[in-house]
Every structure is written in structure tokens, then in C-alpha cells.
Write a protein that binds this ligand. Sequence first.
Ligand SMILES: CC(C)(COP(=O)(O)OP(=O)(O)OC[C@H]1O[C@@H](n2cnc3c(N)ncnc32)[C@H](O)[C@@H]1OP(=O)(O)O)[C@@H](O)C(=O)NCCC(=O)NCCS
Length: 155
Amino acid sequence: MKQKIDVRHQIVLSQVMLPAQANVAGNVHGGEIMKMMDAAAAAVAQRYSRGNCVTARVDELQFHLPIFVGALVTVTASIIYVGHTSMEVHVFVEAEDLESTSGPEKALSAQFTMVCMGKNGRPQTVPEYIPETETEKRLFEEAKAKREAMKQKRK
Ligand SMILES: CC(C)(COP(=O)(O)OP(=O)(O)OC[C@H]1O[C@@H](n2cnc3c(N)ncnc32)[C@H](O)[C@@H]1OP(=O)(O)O)[C@@H](O)C(=O)NCCC(=O)NCCS
């Protein structure tokens, strides 16, 4: 059975890809999709923390499939872990050829670290996140372990 994710921790953005976003062969530029992913990660972090959020880090960005002009691109951003002032946001992108019946396919994925900034320009504390479903708990523990490993590497 598909697990339900709390909508306060998730947002979905969709947009049809236009020629100005692509090269002459019709391939949509990676940066166009990355911009949508960043916007979605910022929006979900901002809604969760009710503060201004900036991107501190992007990990595991992968382009699984090409995206072409005319495709409907849907970006889903979900908060999976919250630290003191930062939030880990999993972002995945689906692309759908609207003239085909094959349905949406996973095209990109990445993990964003967003930091909530206070009016003084310094990171500010965000509300505690308590995962509830089995999926949320698993993603939380995985993100926590990755974050600890990354902190050790940065030291
Ligand atoms: C992100 C930023 C605010 C962190 O500043 P800082 O002085 O290192 O702040 P802190 O040490 O207090 O860290 C704040 C949080 O960010 C996290 N963090 C900081 N640098 C990080 C990095 N490189 N990767 C992952 N997390 C990071 C810390 O772990 C901490 O998380 P926690 O409070 O949940 O434990 C600062 O580096 C910055 O302003 N960067 C530019 C952000 C930006 O403008 N992005 C858009 C660019 S166009």
C-alpha cells in the first residue's frame, strides 16, 4: 500500500517545457530543471519553517532520463529530516509525454539542504520534525545517517 505523506512536508510544482528552455535538438537544459527543483525545495522549506530559506547544499543530483520540449515536468519536494536550523529536502522530478499514454517517468532526483535565515542574516531555529509513517521514519533515519557522515567529512 502506498504510504501517505503529510502535505505540510511536501509540495508539487508542474510546468510544460517550452522551446526557450531547450537546445536546438529539443533537449531541455539541465539548469532549467535544477532551477525548478531549487524553487520547490525552497518553497517547502519556507512553508515548513515560516522563514526565509536558502540552499546550503545539493547532493546526489542525478539525471535519469532526458526531457524534451512539450513534456509536462512535475517536481515533488518533501522534507525528510530537520536539524536545528536546516532541513533536508528530497526532490524528485517526473516527466510525462502528453501525447503518449505511457504516463510520467522519473527523470531526476536530488537531496537539498535548506537553511532558514533570521532577520539578522544568521541561521534561525526551525520547528522540530517528528516522522510518523514507516516511510517517513525510514527516510528520516537515512537522512540523519548521511548528514552525520557529511558533517564528519566537512570537519
Ligand atoms: C548556508 C549558510 C547560511 C550556513 O552558514 P554557517 O555560518 O555555516 O551557519 P551554521 O554553521 O550555523 O550552520 C547552519 C546550518 O547549516 C548547515 N550547513 C552549513 N553549511 C552546510 C553545508 N555546506 N552543507 C550542509 N549543511 C550545511 C549546518 O549543519 C547547520 O545545520 P543545523 O543548524 O541544522 O545543525 C551560509 O553558508 C550561506 O549563507 N551560504 C549561502 C547560501 C545561499 O545564498 N544560497 C543560494 C546561493 S545562490
